[in-house]
Design a protein around this ligand. Structure first.
Ligand code: HSE
Length: 318
């Protein structure tokens, strides 16, 4: 059995719509082996409602890899455990796609480079930000033009920490993309180009003092804020409560605030986010995460006697 560990991700980081992503220290694990008959072992509350037949996303994506490699492997035993909440803007579907691609590739002797898996993942997700971050780890600046995906990976370093406020309601990416206009004023496009450029430069150079301004966005957040009660107030007030910068995580509804890992008063920001959302009738769970420097990683080697969940538990407690 091959076991792959994949990080969650946050996309956009404000202005980098569909083009910036950062891997986060929250993980999913996918196990895969050839079998006589297709079987699924889905563990944990995040797996509720996930299909356990050949319509399963992991199965389908794995078959895509085998087809491209000219390998026939119609029956698979698939295991999955995930700590990444579904449909909240933390890249759960991207992590599943990346987990399936990486596991299937490893299972047949890794005929594809990660770069090729990135092309497949981008064409499945239709944007490269979440899949790029989950696959490569760190921070990814990328584009996908409908045919070709390109990226440059930046080291996320160890000086940043992220507070995610995960509302207890789901918001599909489809719904959150549906509220976006099909064209935007030139001034908004220029606003985003400037801010996104500044953001990438700030991340490359460690100029975190610039994040507060650089993470502002005019292309998607103003439209999406109507879907997340309290979001506008959180975006406006987070800096006064200690955030270096704040944004909607991907398509939402999760909000992500960045802070210096060494900062003292973290509780102040946490209380502000929780109380502001609460005032608007939204209860949210709070988690402190770190940027994940590692992307998709194959954990098992031949002869490892541990079961899937033994490997996952060993890894979580490591
Ligand atoms: N960049 C995408 C969006 C991410 O904002 O719609 C979705 O996960």
């Amino acid at each position: 059995m091959v076991i792959v560990k994949v990080p969650a991700s946050t996309a956009n980081l404000g202005p980098g719509f569909d083009s910036l992503g950062m891997a986060l220290s929250l993980y999913a694990w996918v196990g895969m082996s050839a079998a006589e008959e297709t079987k699924f072992h889905l563990y944990g509350e995040q797996m509720a409602g996930i299909p356990e037949d050949k319509s399963n996303l992991i199965y389908q994506v794995a078959q895509l890899v085998f087809e491209r490699a000219g390998v026939v492997m119609p029956e698979l035993e698939i295991s999955m455990y995930s700590d990444i909440p579904l449909t909240r803007g933390l890249g759960s579907s991207a992590s599943a796609i990346v987990g399936a691609l990486t596991a299937a590739n490893a299972l047949i002797g890794s005929p594809f480079e990660f770069e090729e898996l990135f092309q497949i993942a981008s064409s499945l997700e239709k944007h490269p930000d979440n899949v790029g971050a989950s696959l490569f780890g760190g921070i990814i600046a990328a584009y996908w033009d409908g045919a070709d995906a390109r990226h440059i990976r930046l080291d996320a370093g160890d000086k940043l920490e992220a507070l995610v406020a995960i509302p207890d309601f789901q918001l599909s990416t489809e719904k959150a993309r549906h509220v976006l206009p099909s064209s935007v004023p030139m001034k908004d496009a220029v606003f985003n180009i400037g801010h996104s450029n500044l953001l990438v430069a700030a991340l490359c150079t460690g100029r975190y003092d610039m994040l507060r301004l650089a993470m502002k966005d005019a292309l998607h957040q103003p439209y999406r804020s109507a879907l997340i009660p309290g979001m506008a107030e959180v975006l406006t007030g987070a800096a006064e409560h200690g955030a270096l910068g704040i944004a909607l995580s991907g398509a939402g509804p999760t909000l992500i605030a960045l802070m210096e890992a060494s900062a003292g008063d973290k509780a102040r920001l946490e209380v502000f986010l929780a109380e502001t959302l609460n005032t608007h009738g939204v209860s949210a769970s709070m988690q402190w995460l770190k940027p994940s420097g590692t992307g998709a990683t194959v954990l098992t080697r031949d002869g490892d006697p541990r079961t899937f969940m033994e490997t996952v538990k060993g890894d979580v407690s490591a």
